[in-house]
Design a protein. Structure first.
Length: 255
């Protein structure tokens, strides 16, 4: 578990306030893939429960795991009663029965690569489904994006999270689908995109940036400076492209 993975707890309330939730279409897509009712699901790296709510509010009993206590405390303020919380990194989650669905919302890249898929398979029923979804929030206007890049450049060359396995962005199948395709534990790997367009105030967009790990790793004074520089180049409201890339795979049945 990297320092970046544990950098969010100090800003749990900002994460809850400024990160967008997930649309019903995402839930419908995962359920269409499972092709059978899911009673219990396990969530990896639940954060403040943005995705937890999506599934729990539709009748699924969710066990939400999250290594950061402050994030879990924030999650508990917002989720229904059919959510059980466990403070643990994915690597420390112990199978207590198997689930029909295990999912990760913008969190899988924080998990350790070694043994990732055998651990995942141990948490799933035969034929159970793993789903991972997320994607960058990007400014829709290229001119505004360039102005922000220039404003940010003295402090950060990029604020992206690189592909964990080095898959180039132009390749059709992206991570973690690439790893799932190579795994002996999973089959029927699918990748799709839920399109999402949002509008934010400049202040809310900078609030969102304050929850991005690349900025969180900067010293406090540099954070203040870079956010000030970015605010000065933003219009009052900004259009956002926030497409959600969804990867799903099915656990192979044991012989």
């Amino acid at each position: 578990m990297s320092n970046r993975a544990l950098s969010f707890g100090a800003i749990a309330e900002a994460y809850e306030q400024f990160r967008p939730g997930y649309p019903v279409e995402l839930f419908q897509r995962v359920m269409a893939y499972t092709a059978q009712p899911v009673r219990a699901a396990l969530e990896i790296g639940a954060g403040t429960g943005k995705a937890t709510r999506l599934f729990a509010q539709r009748g699924i009993t969710v066990t939400a795991t999250e290594p950061d206590g402050a994030m879990l405390a924030e999650l508990r303020k917002h989720v229904p009663t059919n959510v059980r919380t466990v403070q643990a990194a994915f690597e420390d989650v112990r199978p207590g029965g198997r689930y029909g669905l295990v999912y990760a919302a913008a969190a899988l890249h924080w998990t350790e690569p070694k043994g990732r898929w055998s651990r995942m398979a141990a948490l799933l029923e035969d034929g159970g489904v793993f789903a991972s979804f997320g994607g960058p929030i990007q400014l829709a206007d290229p001119a505004v994006e360039e102005a922000v890049r220039v404003a940010r450049s003295p402090f950060l060359a990029s604020d992206d999270v690189p592909s964990p396995d080095g898959t180039p962005p132009e390749q059709d199948m992206q991570w973690p689908g690439t790893e799932l395709q190579r795994s002996a534990w999973f089959t029927d790997v699918q990748q799709s995109v839920v399109e999402r367009r949002l509008t934010m105030s400049a202040r809310d967009y900078v609030g969102y940036l304050s929850t991005v790990s690349a900025y969180l790793m900067l010293p406090a004074l540099e954070q203040e400076q870079v956010f000030g520089r970015i605010m000065r180049v933003l219009p009052a409201t900004v259009g956002i492209t926030a497409d959600i890339t969804v990867h799903m795979a099915r656990r192979r049945c044991e012989q």
